[in-house]
Design a protein around this ligand. Structure first.
Ligand code: UD1
Length: 421
């Protein structure tokens, strides 16, 4: 199995292009199921395993998909089956997002319960309950969600989410575009990726208002059209490289990234000693060598601090001056990077959903592995500043969500390479 080798100690200087957001592109691909016309997505992230899994799933359903660098075209004009099988869905949780579009357009869907990162129980009850409230009949059988819409199609209604969920908001927003009458989603998630998905749906002819607020209103229409849409930049990828530069020192230009999508993390990073500025479409991050200040952080739904940057932030705290507390409120099992960081010399103690990170003078390289995407990248960050060589195993997860991380970090001065096992 392949690994990544990092030898720590190099500053990072230069330019890193930021890819389109994986967590948006995966949902836009599902939105293509809502129309029989061809969709074109610019700025799609290339060479990500999650994108490959979603492609495999949509092709299995009968979509014609072509990719030309960062342009992806999808034609769902000839769907063959409404079943999303276990073998494909288990690889990635984002595949549950075919449920709403299939049910809305065809009145029928059979989707395996999803897999993805092992960061908690991650149920899909909110997706199912919302669709039931829209009139769908849903039977859970042998690991599959069997859903059927009522005769005249899904019915618009008011859905109050008991908990903020990115995926449930997206699934129901897509389903509601083709439902009868108005759907009101209360306590919706507000992530930039949801706004981007909503804006694409509006271009396709959907009637949606309230994007980015707690209440999203969708007036169902009869059909949607094919359009061209550019995927919003990946704020988590940008945030990861900002933290990398903060840890190593140096100056990075992150091409095609937006500070306004990173307000909460950038506020904390600035208190810690990492300053960034927007220059046109790019973010510039500059950091002199020297210890950062420890700081407390708590993950929250957007616009709060993203859970997807928690592990990276913790890697940064391992070397900061003083102690910082990291509290994870979104996923109950998202500290899998802690024992691995401790093996590299970090001083982290976990108590329930909080971790105390006491800054240490230095980390040392070790052989490590992680079982989720963001935990894996946190180990790469630690490796960039550790003494000696760090070998990160199980890079499968890293390849799910970081486009060409070895090339991007190598180009700005990191001593990093992929090694065959
Ligand atoms: C998405 C992102 C993921 C990110 C997460 C939170 C994608 C592909 N993934 O995941 O990277 O970490 O948002 O920002 O976009 N929950 C329920 N019932 C449900 C659905 C969710 O209880 O039906 C819970 C989850 O277990 C979790 C919380 O709600 O505790 C938030 O999850 P959610 O926002 O749905 O995350 P995802 O959409 O799975």
């Amino acid at each position: 199995m392949d690994s990544i080798s990092v030898i720590g100690g190099n500053q990072l200087n230069g330019t890193i292009p930021i890819s389109g957001a994986k967590n948006c592109a995966l949902k836009l691909m599902c939105a293509a199921l809502l129309t029989q016309e061809e969709m074109h997505f610019e700025n799609s992230p290339n060479s990500l395993r999650d994108m490959d899994s979603q492609t495999e799933l949509l092709e299995y359903l009968g979509c014609k998909i072509s990719r030309d660098k960062s342009l992806m075209s999808i034609n769902a004009g000839n769907i063959q089956t409404y079943t999303a099988p276990y073998d494909i869905v288990r690889k990635m949780r984002g595949s549950i997002l075919v449920l709403g579009p299939l049910l809305a357009r065809f009145g029928e869907a059979k989707v395996s319960m999803p897999g993805g990162c092992a960061i908690g129980t991650r149920p899909v009850d909110l997706h199912i309950k919302g669709l039931e409230e829209m009139g769908a009949s849903i039977i859970l059988e042998e690991g599959y969600i069997n859903a059927t819409a009522p005769k005249g199609g899904l019915q618009g209604t008011k859905i109050i989410f008991p908990k903020v969920s990115v995926g449930a908001t997206e699934n129901l927003m897509m389903a509601a575009t083709l439902a009868k009458g108005e759907t009101v989603l209360v306590n919706s998630a507000k992530e930039p990726e949801i706004i981007d998905l909503g804006e694409c749906l509006i271009k396709m002819g959907a009637k949606i208002s309230g994007l980015g607020s707690e209440t999203i209103r969708i007036e169902g229409v009869k059909a949607l059209s094919g359009v061209r849409h550019s995927v919003v930049p990946d704020r988590i990828e940008a945030g990861t490289y900002i933290i990398a530069a903060g840890m190593t020192g140096g100056t990075l230009r992150l091409q095609n990234a937006r500070v306004e999508h990173l307000s909460a993390p950038l506020g904390l990073l600035s208190q810690s000693g990492i300053e960034v500025e927007q220059e046109g479409n790019d973010i510039i991050v500059h950091r002199e060598i020297g210890r950062l200040q420890a700081i407390d952080v708590m993950t929250e739904p957007y616009p709060g601090f993203p859970t997807d940057l928690q592990a990276q932030f913790m890697a940064m705290l391992t070397l900061a001056e003083g102690a910082g507390m990291v509290t994870e409120t979104i996923f109950e099992n998202r500290f899998m990077h802690v024992p691995e960081l401790n093996r590299m010399g970090a001083d982290i103690t976990v108590q329930g959903n909080s971790a105390i990170v006491r800054g240490v003078g230095r980390l040392h390289g070790a052989e490590v592995m992680a079982t989720d995407l963001r935990a894996s990248v946190a180990l790469v960050l630690a490796g960039l500043v550790a003494e000696g060589e760090t070998i990160i195993n199980r890079i499968y997860h890293l390849e799910r969500g970081y486009e060409d991380i070895v090339g991007k970090l190598g180009n700005v001065g990191a001593n990093i390479k992929r090694v065959g096992g």
